[in-house]
Design a protein around this ligand. Structure first.
Ligand SMILES: [Zn+2]
Length: 451
């Protein structure tokens, strides 16, 4: 036998082995059929009486007439609402203990454990995906995807990119600057990659590329002042046009996009001018800017809960500087949201919850605070289908590229909830975990009270 024949033989045996393993894998794919459910598919206003067949981790069929294969697990929904797993479009899963603990008391391992627990809490609250808008969530995402712990899918941004003295500059007075004094003296936030300080187009470009290398699905940049941070005025614009463009260009080259933190009009205008397409917060706006967002097809992610709550008792905002900034933001919020509705801006559902447990317990209050602006079905569309659209914009950097998220349709990932009571009648139903009768993520059931 010559070398060529030998190679052919090896190729044939490899092919046979591949076929054998594929067949085996297919046999192992469990199937589940949901019957007797009212389906909210993530986009339509009306619920439909159809069954949903899950095969492996994907939705295989949505129809009133499904012939389930032998051995299928049948789940009789008892007339409950079936909806897509919810998506948090503005999470910070690794900013998961108090600011003081994060900065002073916790080492990296301790902080990671708090973050893992928060991920688990999100899943058990019905959130099967988080678009993480800043923090060092890369390792957590990998561990969750590997099944080490239970938790949602994570679209990591990695450390949000901030200018020196910007919203992401969380150094204390005793910390040095990563450039002037060396990275080891650059403060705990930069050292643990909670945020990243970069100045000038070249550094912003490098920081963007670094985040993409680490696994960022999208890039987060701060283009204006924030409420939580102490040293940047709320109305400050942050980053020059060239700096924001540098981030947008690098993100685009990798098939993804830039989301910006901007509370005020000037920061949003700068972001739109540079080509950013996901506006986070944007609570003090001019109508012309809101109109432009609609024309550009930009996504708008306001946080009614953070802005409109009484911050005096919120442990996240105990500093008078923060409280004053929050009052400013609260004044602008109702008008900004009304204009967004009027001009048909695509509105995401995100909470921006961060820091200690007290904050996380309340994060679903976002449903209650938005209730004054939106019909229940509109919020349901935001927290599933519309949020799913923005996830898909990560294209080549999408960590879950094999199906859609936030929808119940053939070929979508099997992230599914069964709800007690009817959220289309009262959206606050979704604030109570007791109303989550079943939680499925990636075809796997994490909670089922029907058995
Ligand atoms: Zn945020």
């Amino acid at each position: 036998m010559n070398l060529k024949n030998n190679l052919q033989l090896i190729m044939i045996s490899l092919a046979l082995m591949w076929i054998a393993t594929t067949v085996q894998a297919q046999d192992e794919k469990g199937t589940t059929l949901f019957t007797n459910v009212k389906v909210f598919n993530g986009t339509d206003e009306e619920l439909s009486n159809v069954d949903v067949l899950v095969e492996g981790n994907m939705i295989k069929q949505v129809s009133a007439e499904i012939k389930a294969p032998k051995g299928t697990q049948i789940i009789d929904g008892g007339g409950r609402v079936l909806m897509p797993g919810m998506i948090e479009a503005h999470g910070h899963v690794t900013y998961s203990s108090s600011l003081l603990d994060m900065m002073l008391n916790h080492d990296a391992t301790e902080q990671a454990i708090y973050s893992a627990r928060r991920a688990q809490d999100y899943l058990m609250a019905g959130f099967t995906t988080i678009r993480d808008m800043g923090g060092n969530s890369f390792g957590l995402q990998k561990a969750l995807d590997a099944g080490v712990l239970s938790g949602p899918r994570i679209y990591s941004s990695g450390p949000p990119i901030s200018q020196t003295s910007g919203h992401g500059d969380f150094r204390t007075a005793n910390d040095g600057h990563p450039y002037f004094d060396g990275p080891e003296l650059g403060g705990v936030a930069t050292r643990f990659h909670w945020t990243r300080i970069a100045d000038g187009p070249d550094e912003v470009r490098r920081a963007t590329r670094e985040n993409l290398f680490r696994g960022a699905a999208q890039i987060k940049v701060y283009t204006g002042g924030g409420v939580t941070s102490f040293t940047d005025p709320l109305y400050a614009t942050q980053y020059s046009h060239e700096e924001i463009v540098a981030a947008v260009e690098e993100a685009k080259r990798y098939g993804t996009y830039v989301a910006v933190h901007a509370q005020t009009d000037a920061g949003v205008v700068a972001a739109l001018d540079a080509g950013a397409i996901s506006i986070e917060h944007g609570l003090i706006l001019e109508e012309s800017t809101v109109k432009r967002m609609a024309e550009l097809g930009a996504y708008y992610n306001p946080q009614a809960f953070l802005a409109l709550q009484d911050v005096s008792k919120n442990p996240m905002f105990q500093d008078p500087i923060q409280q004053q900034k929050n009052r400013e933001v609260a004044k602008g919020t109702p008008q900004a949201i009304e204009w967004a509705k009027k001009h048909g801006v695509k509105i995401l559902w995100g909470t921006d919850v961060f820091f200690g447990d007290d904050a996380f317990v309340n994060f679903r209050q976002e449903f209650a605070y938005r209730d004054r602006f939106f019909k229940p079905i509109e919020q349901m569309q935001q927290v599933t289908g519309i949020n799913g659209e923005v996830l898909a914009l990560s294209t080549w950097k999408n960590p879950y590229p094999h199906g859609a998220l936030g929808v119940i349709k053939e070929g979508a990932y099997a992230d599914i909830l069964l709800i007690e009571k009817d959220p289309t009648q009262d959206i606050k139903v979704l604030m109570d975990s007791d109303n989550l009768a079943l939680i499925m993520k990636d075809g796997k059931i994490y909670k089922n009270t029907l058995q």
